[in-house]
Design a protein around this ligand. Structure first.
Ligand code: AMP
Length: 282
């Protein structure tokens, strides 16, 4: 597995792949890798001759400096994990490589970035779209793989790729979970043992809502179900429940009659966790 730190190194390696007629799948990450990330790599390897991973803790998507400072990082462990997968190259740039001095170009999905999670984290999705656009331009993959766990992020990226006519395919990958249902996240290591146990209420609430949606329940009933289960966990502070159209993220009312995304976020001892499920008719 090759490790690249500059744009020139990445481009030279990619030119070699392209000369050999090979296709390239890309997985972008912020490191602190877990089984969820590795599943994205395996999906890319299934579909493509070459897999490129990026590890870059993107400062422009963190609103609060403290959150950025606390973001877990262990490059040695990440490289070991990636070496065990069919990953051909990992791009690990310094901040100045992605954001060269004097840079001023941003990418923003103007509607989707500024709703739902974007309202509580102003600038977050602009930072995500900007870094992902830059990484796409550096690597030039045939396809890129994103987790459904970060559901709004996945829709923002799909919208950006469509709007900017970027020549690649975006694949969403179902959320990988711990045995008890907790969505895997780099943030989970920051949970105390008690909060780790309590955090399972998120996936429990989503499973209950999924069952309810199959009975033709309303948006309001789903909201009540999810709210009730999370609020009955004393260690959870519910931040948001959004029940929206799966593709456009537009608000919904009445009976669930189309693919519907339920996005939840809650705080456990200062660690904000998110989870999602797509329910309703496919
Ligand atoms: P991150 O390093 O948190 O920015 O995540 C990098 C990619 O991995 C994103 O596309 C995430 O949506 C995805 N990802 C994170 N956690 C999971 C998970 N539990 N299952 C599937 N994909 C995930």
């Amino acid at each position: 597995m090759q490790i690249c730190r500059t744009v020139a190194e990445v481009r030279a390696t990619l030119a070699g792949y392209r000369e050999a007629g090979e296709t390239v799948g890309l997985v972008t990450t912020m490191g602190a890798l877990h089984e969820g990330h590795l599943t994205l790599m395996r999906n890319a390897a299934r579909d493509h001759d070459r897999v490129v991973a990026t590890i870059f803790v993107n400062p422009t998507q963190f609103g609060q400096k403290a959150d950025l400072a606390h973001y877990p990082s262990d490059d040695g462990r990440d490289i070991d994990l990636l070496s065990g997968e069919k990953v051909d190259m990992v791009f690990m740039p310094e901040v100045s490589v992605i954001y060269p001095e004097g840079d001023e170009t941003i990418v923003e999905t103007t509607r989707m970035a500024n709703m739902l999670h974007g309202l509580v984290r102003p600038g977050h999705f602009r930072g995500v779209a900007t870094v992902v656009a830059r990484l796409f331009n550096i690597v030039g993959p045939d396809a890129a793989y994103f987790g459904e766990k970060d559901y709004q992020q996945l829709q923002v990226i799909k919208r950006m790729v469509q709007d900017l006519h970027m020549p690649l395919k975006i694949h969403g990958v179902p959320t990988v979970r711990e045995a008890d249902g907790l969505a895997m996240s780099s943030r989970n290591v920051r949970l105390s043992a008690e909060d780790r146990a309590a955090a399972v209420c998120l996936s429990k609430a989503l499973s209950a809502a999924d069952k309810l949606a199959r009975t033709g329940a309303t948006v309001m009933a789903l909201d009540g179900e999810v709210r009730g289960i999370i609020n009955s966990e004393p260690r959870a502070t519910l931040r948001a429940i959004d029940i929206v159209a799966a593709e456009t993220l537009a608000p919904l009312e009445g009976r669930i009659a189309q693919p519907t995304a339920i996005m939840v976020s809650a705080d456990f001892g200062g660690v904000l966790l998110i989870d999602q499920a797509v329910v309703g008719p496919a």
